[in-house]
Design a binder for this molecule. Structure first.
Ligand SMILES: [Zn+2]
Length: 180
């Protein structure tokens, strides 16, 4: 299903657990990049909707493209003297924002985003072949019910939001800094 927001839930939990290590924006961008594929085939009315990008090699490619897009975004921000520099300066001071702009944060966010996406889709859709081009096996299909997958995404998202909020409040109370 193109652009389902449920995929973002696990990303919020990862961000809560490793605010400086994972870029949630990169995680989110990877969700959009990868689901351009089913959107394209949906608009053309051509089945199957999930093809080369919804595989493990495809996820690696999506991760690399996402890193390039995010680094291009950071480069564009750096070139904007006023607003861009203020955003980057703020990101340097807050641990939750800091992971958004570092290379390692972007790489981890993009990689975890694209691979978690295909793994979740592989639980739900019979046209997601993780190990293509080697095999069209669907070992994860049906392991969890669609309701369980969605519930898991909602719960991880809610927990992640609380965790991130708690970090922001704690940093605010301690006067900022990268203490976490
Ligand atoms: Zn998808």
């Amino acid at each position: 299903m193109p652009f389902t927001p449920f995929h973002l839930g696990p990303g919020l939990l990862l961000k809560g657990g490793a605010p400086r290590g994972v870029s949630w924006s990169a995680f989110a961008v990877s969700q959009i990049v990868i689901d351009l594929e089913p959107l394209y085939y949906l608009m053309r009315g051509e089945a199957p909707l999930h093809r080369a990008l919804h595989t493990l090699p495809g996820a690696a490619l999506v991760g690399a493209v996402t890193v390039a897009l995010c680094l291009a975004g950071r480069w564009a921000l750096e070139r904007r003297a006023g607003l861009g520099n203020r955003i980057l300066a703020l990101a340097e001071r807050r641990s939750v924002l800091y992971g958004e702009i570092t290379l390692s944060g972007v790489v981890w966010g993009a990689t975890l985003g694209s691979f978690s996406h295909v793994l979740l889709d592989a639980l739900l859709y019979d046209d997601v072949y993780l190990f293509w081009p080697w095999t069209r096996a669907t070992p994860l299909l049906g392991m969890l019910s669609p309701a369980a997958v969605i519930l898991g995404c909602v719960v991880t998202g809610a927990l992640g939001l609380v965790w991130i909020g708690w970090r922001l409040i704690r940093e605010q109370l301690s006067g900022g800094g990268r203490s976490t």
